[in-house]
Design a protein around this ligand. Structure first.
Ligand code: NAD
Length: 258
């Protein structure tokens, strides 16, 4: 993997923790110069203490002014950009659509969808100036299926697919490839917390609920952040040079069953 992305400059949004942090680590391991943004200051500090000062920026991707300041810093620190990983996203409240407030709907759309747009819009001139590049957008299998009690999240994750395909058509002639990744349930503290809450409210053990969930997945196992990061590295490297406009599930084949 080493040197696969030598001299490439990358930005990973929401890269200070969770899946984004693992993506950033793998890009750095492949020799990319990688910056991250996040809203979590403590996680950003932890990132800079490992990878060096100037590589982490505090920015909320749904805020146009903050995105502008972030991209100014990216230009200063990296001198341009070859790779944008639009990873930032929030689940929003777990509620049926009729109980969802307009404010919660709009916040979920703002982070998941506006954030992708705002960051891509600032990245495009930099990628063009670099003579081409790659954008990876983070959708979800919630962007392939319906997702009960997560209407805003599903709407945003489906929206990312339309955005990805449109950008791919617009930017392909410039040598800029645009793809989306659709992870299934990624193992980690967030999913474990949600599953433990679900198990408790259903009156069953966490292990029983997890086993039932695996029965709906062809490969009978969960997805890891490493699985997602491996696909990102592949897509942004020259190995993915003829792949654009695609929405690729990393879900152990949860979606064949529907
Ligand atoms: P997470 O909840 O662990 O959050 C990761 C980081 O995002 C945190 O450091 C947080 O501070 C940051 N963040 C939140 N709002 C932000 C904002 N407005 N601007 C900048 N940073 C912000 O998320 P995760 O589980 O690592 O998920 C990352 C992406 O993958 C999201 O787009 C998510 O929808 C998608 N995804 C996750 C799963 C899963 O099972 N975890 C499944 C499918 C898709």
């Amino acid at each position: 993997m080493s040197a696969l992305l030598k001299d490439r400059r990358a930005l990973v949004t929401a890269g200070a923790s969770g899946i984004g942090r693992v993506i950033a680590e793998r890009l750095i391991e492949a020799d990319a110069r990688c910056m991250v943004c996040d809203v979590d200051t403590a996680a950003l500090d932890a990132f800079t203490s490992t990878f060096g000062k100037g590589l982490a920026v505090r920015a909320d991707v749904s805020d146009e002014a903050q995105v502008d300041v972030m991209f100014d810093q990216v230009e200063q620190q990296l001198g341009g950009l070859d790779i944008l990983v639009n990873n930032a996203g929030i689940s929003g409240p777990t509620l049926p659509a009729e109980e969802l407030s307009l404010e919660d709907w709009q916040r979920t759309i703002a982070v998941n969808l506006d954030g992708h747009f705002l960051c891509a819009r600032r990245a495009i001139p930099l990628l063009r100036d670099a003579g081409g590049g790659s954008i990876v957008n983070m959708s979800s299998i919630g962007g392939r299926l319906g997702y009960p009690k997560r209407a805003a999240y599903a709407a945003a994750k489906w929206g990312i697919i339309g955005f990805t395909k449109t950008l791919s058509i617009e930017l392909g002639p410039l040598g800029i490839r645009v793809n989306a990744i659709q992870p299934g349930m990624v193992e980690g503290p967030r999913v474990e917390r949600v599953m433990r809450e679900k198990a408790a409210s259903a009156g069953i053990s966490y292990e029983t609920l997890q086993e039932r969930a695996f029965q709906r997945i062809s490969l009978r196992r969960g997805v890891t952040a490493e699985d997602v990061a491996a696909l990102v590295v592949f897509l942004v490297s020259d190995a993915g040079r003829n792949i654009s406009g695609q929405a690729i599930p990393v879900d152990g084949d949860q979606t064949s069953l529907g």
